[in-house]
Write a protein that binds this ligand. Structure first.
Ligand code: SF4
Ligand code: SF4
Length: 56
């Protein structure tokens, strides 16, 4: 499974540099996670101010 970023994302960018596999990138309106590269570490959720990254 992989984390996904919900619509709550405010595109602050804080999570991008925290991801050990660099699988978070800016999307059209919110940041997005490449599910194939996500290792479920939870680092993105730890730094997000609005709890947008969700474990699935
Ligand atoms: Fe990256 Fe870890 Fe978040 Fe997956 S859970 S997107 S590997 S920081
Ligand atoms: Fe979006 Fe949270 Fe990442 Fe900021 S830290 S870009 S609000 S998911």
């Amino acid at each position: 499974m992989a984390y996904t970023i919900s619509d709550a994302c405010i595109s602050c960018g804080a999570c991008e540099s925290e991801c050990p596999t660099s699988c978070i990138t800016a999307g059209d309106s919110i940041y997005v996670i490449d599910a194939d590269a996500c290792i479920d570490c939870g680092s993105c959720a730890g730094v997000c101010p609005v709890d947008a990254p969700q474990a699935n």
